[in-house]
Design a protein around this ligand. Structure first.
Ligand SMILES: Nc1ncnc2c1ncn2[C@@H]1O[C@H](COP(=O)(O)OP(=O)(O)OP(=O)(O)O)[C@@H](O)[C@H]1O
Length: 854
């Protein structure tokens, strides 16, 4: 057998234990929540090597409040210290504490007993409040001196190994024999009581082979005795004293057990069960298989109180009470205990009946929206109408508002403004990339690590049941897959008829979401699942024009960034020209997010300049006005020239209008070239199926009208197209492109290529074409035109049936700076693209003109 002495260092970290005495050979499970011990175990937990079972600590009992400290004694003397704990010092007199109180409680060396037990950590588990640790007593120790008090106690110790019983010590030999006889007697009783076999084997081993000191401790561990009696045994490092006390205690226990066995045979079944249960608990406790029940009780009392205060719905309360009952029956080391406990914590933290009171003051809301956002008049108007209806009707049963627009146009910040106008809490739920229904609805509790979904989590975070939830990027939520359908879960969330009984899989009780005000945001409408779209009212926020961006910057972004950088509004001035330079030279976006970032860089540079001037006491030299030249010094050379200016007009190159998946509009170039070949058409630039088909249609139309357009010399000539290959490329090959709206631009690019005529780079076009040359309307007109305006386009050719979109939605200043050409057919486009020049002959009347008369 290993000498335990070898394992025990001279200095040991100390874990003080309350109401318990650990003896060598016993094991104990402790729920550790007090700060000092938690910090000690944290250190052990962190260092991987120390997590092994070899880590040794000292376990020392804390004196109960009524403990009278014994007189200092000569520890070399073999006699045991006078025992002075009164009966009042038992566990029942210990005051109950909450977890927090226990955590903050500080233990002084003077509170601790002089003797303790060195123990080996065999299991260490993290819990919500601290640790659960299982320790095994190794050997008696006496504390000589505390060498550390914070963050945890550490002490120099003397260890007391048990000597072997000397053959010639008659008295000791007799005591040992008597102890073994008592042990055998107990073994028989325990066998009758059906004690665990492993325990019985162990006891038998100790009785037959000793060592006698360990057998004494092992027996005392099993029997019922008071706290004081156990302390007495702990203090008795001298074998003779320990055995004498133990024999007395064991004899008492045997008597009790004998009487019990008699009573047992006469008891009713119910009584017996109760009695056995009590006994089982006591035995478990003695064997160290029950942890500090006072802490566990504290925990459950605390939870019960919190559940009572949370004002649960009747259904939730029923479930909570059932689970509480289960929890009480469980042992805190059981894995299921933590699962149930976490569930109950969730139930207690959902705001079932806590609401903020609404302030629906339309004037105040109007003011708030005005203060926070420039422009967006129609959006603000619609939001105010919505709030007015909310005020009159008093419920939220209506369509959900969905703010639709490119990134950085203020969708999120509009949501925040609405929340602060209403005095409600605001929470943003990002739906981008949500592929799993469980993310919305939670995982069932049977899963390991199950959690409630985003909605329930949001409610817990805000702490009130009537917040504003901004469902961000609802267009990016996943559809039906083998992980369920997140959009179907959202449907339930957003449906006012169903959402008062929303079922989160984890909570598994109906949640009332009818008081939550949902606002959604999306970049594009196409990918929003139709049933969701059906429940929402779209409010379009197209991109901003330069003029709007400058106004937003002067009123909101610049003041915000100046103050963010510790300057006062008077310290930095930027003219509209400078702001325009930043917006056009350094950003290319529909919103203002990058613009704000660039303004922040300028403010940072100004803050450095200001601080330097202040340090040198030269504030008079500091120039608060920022010039256009300074901008280049701060932000570097301009990142973007006018997109149109980058290009020179060439045959085969045409400017189209695009609408990106993020909802912002812009221009795109189409380049066509021809080479000797066999009549093949090659397309590049990451193109989708539809745009490829548009290119085929365009080529077929051009081939069909080649003679009329002067490309071929006779109507029957076919060699022209069979002797050359055509290659069409859409630059910015990294970005995928698709959709039918490039049809018109593709046709014009091919006509320009074959007729060697140029289209001005400031002319852009959009529209779908049919094989017969008709121009069909397309979507995203407003965004495309605002984007084109930003790019410096002067003329836009677009389908005649899109005229209403231009007249209705496009800002006036944009309309006034762009010349619009509305086309019914491709000949109208040709006329517009080639500056009114009629490049075709009328020898054959164009088929489309005939069609257009239909
Ligand atoms: N009209 C406006 N008036 C004042 N500030 C604005 C306006 N539009 C946008 N902003 C500001 O622009 C920044 C970006 O806005 P926000 O984050 O709300 O954009 P978003 O549309 O939600 O973008 P995303 O779709 O990427 O989430 C914010 O600081 C916001 O205050």
């Amino acid at each position: 057998m290993n000498d335990p002495l070898n394992d025990i260092p001279k200095t040991l970290p100390i874990i003080p234990i309350r109401n318990k005495v650990l003896l060598p050979s016993a094991s104990l499970v402790l729920q550790v929540v007090r700060k000092d011990s938690v910090q000690l175990l944290q250190r052990i937990y962190r260092s991987a090597e120390n997590k092994e079972s070899k880590y040794i600590i000292g376990c020392v009992p804390i004196h109960p409040p009524s403990y009278n400290k014994p007189e200092p004694k000569d520890t070399t003397n073999s006699s045991t210290a006078p025992f002075t704990v009164t009966r009042n010092g038992n566990r029942n007199s210990t005051p109950k504490r909450t977890i927090e109180e226990t955590f903050n409680q500080s233990i002084q060396p003077s509170d601790l007993h002089e003797f303790g037990c060195a123990a080996r950590i065999v299991k260490l588990e993290r819990t919500v409040n601290g640790f659960i640790v299982r320790i095994e007593g190794v050997i008696r120790i006496r504390i000589d001196k505390y060498v550390l008090e914070r963050p945890y106690l550490e002490a120099e110790v003397t260890v007391f190994p048990d000597p072997l019983v000397p053959k010639d010590d008659q008295e000791l030999q007799e005591l040992a024999n008597s102890l073994k006889t008592t042990g055998r007697e107990l073994l028989v009783i325990f066998q009758n009581l059906k004690f665990p076999t492993a325990y019985l084997i162990q006891l038998q081993k100790y009785i037959e082979n000793g060592p006698i000191g360990l057998l004494t401790d092992f027996l005392i561990n099993t029997i019922e005795c008071t706290y004081e009696e156990r302390l007495q045994i702990l203090d008795a490092h001298d074998l003779k004293t320990r055995m004498s006390i133990a024999i007395e205690l064991l004899a008492r226990q045997i008597n009790i057990l004998k009487v019990t066995q008699k009573v047992h045979s006469t008891m009713s079944k119910k009584h017996k069960e109760f009695y056995l249960r009590q006994q089982l608990n006591a035995i478990k406790e003695e064997l160290g298989e029950r942890d500090d029940s006072s802490n566990e009780d504290d925990d459950i009392t605390d939870l019960t109180k919190r559940i009572k205060e949370a004002g649960l719905s009747p259904e939730a309360n029923k479930v909570a009470q059932r689970e509480l009952k289960r929890l009480k029956r469980m042992h805190s080391t059981q894995a299921e205990y933590q699962v149930v406990r976490t569930y109950l914590e969730w139930l207690s933290e959902i705001p079932w009946s806590k609401s903020t009171s609404d302030i629906i003051d339309i004037d105040k809301a109007r003011q708030q929206l005005e203060d926070d956002h420039y422009g967006l008049e129609s959006v603000k108007k619609r939001i105010l109408e919505y709030l007015a209806v909310l005020k009159l009707k008093g419920d939220l049963k209506g369509p959900i508002l969905c703010l639709l627009g490119p990134p950085g146009v203020g969708k999120t910040s509009l949501g925040k403004s609405i929340a602060s106008a209403l005095g409600r809490k605001f929470h943003r739920i990002s739906l981008g990339g949500v592929r799993d229904e469980a993310e919305i609805r939670g995982h069932r509790r049977t899963y390991i690590g199950a959690m409630p979904g985003l909605i329930a989590q949001g409610l817990r975070r805000v702490g009130f049941n009537n917040p504003i939830f901004l469902l961000d990027e609802i267009d990016k939520v996943g559809h039906q897959s083998n992980h369920g359908d997140p959009s179907a879960a959202l449907l339930e969330v957003l449906d006012p008829e169903q959402n008062n009984t929303f079922n989160d899989h984890y909570l598994n009780v109906p949640l009332d979401l009818s008081k939550v005000l949902f606002i959604a945001t999306a970049n594009q409408v196409d990918t929003i699942p139709p049933p969701l779209l059906d429940r929402m009212e779209l409010i379009n926020i197209p991109g901003y024009t330069f003029e709007e961006k400058i106004n937003i910057a002067q009123r909101h972004l610049l003041p915000k960034q100046i103050t963010n950088h510790g300057l006062s509004l008077e310290d930095v001035k930027m003219s509209d020209e400078v702001l325009l330079k930043i917006a056009s030279g350094y950003t290319r976006e529909a919103g203002v997010r990058n613009f704000e970032r660039e303004i922040a860089s300028v403010c940072r540079a100004k803050a450095v300049e200001y601080a330097n001037a202040k340090d040198k006491d030269e504030l008079d030299k500091y120039n608060k006005e920022i010039t256009a030249n300074e901008i280049e010094n701060i932000l570097g050379v301009t990142k973007f020239d006018s997109e149109v200016a980058e290009r020179a007009a060439r045959p085969g190159v045409v400017t189209g209008l695009a609408w990106t998946s993020s909802g912002s509009g812009g221009i795109l170039f189409i380049e066509a070239t021809q080479m000797a070949g066999k009549g093949n058409l090659q397309l590049t630039g990451r193109l989708g199926e539809v745009i490829r088909e548009s290119a085929q249609i365009a080529l077929s139309w051009v081939r069909a009208h080649a003679f009329q357009l002067g490309i071929t010399t006779s109507e029957t000539e076919s060699t022209f197209f069979f002797q050359r290959d055509v290659h069409i490329h859409f630059p910015a090959g990294a970005i995928g492109k698709d959709g039918p709206s490039a049809g018109v631009a593709l046709t014009i690019a091919l006509v320009s290529l074959f007729t060697r005529r140029q289209v001005p780079t400031t002319t852009a076009m959009t529209g779908e074409i049919t094989l017969r040359g008709q121009v069909l309307p397309v979507g995203g007109i407003k965004e495309k035109i605002i984007g084109a305006h930003r790019a410096g386009i002067k003329k836009v050719i677009l389908p005649a049936r899109n005229r209403k979109d231009v007249e209705g939605d496009v800002p006036v200043n944009v309309k006034s700076e762009i010349n619009f050409v509305y086309a019914n057919n491709i000949f109208d486009v040709l006329r517009g693209a080639f500056e009114g020049e009629k490049i075709w002959s009328d020898s054959t009347p164009p088929i489309v003109e005939f069609e257009s008369r239909l």
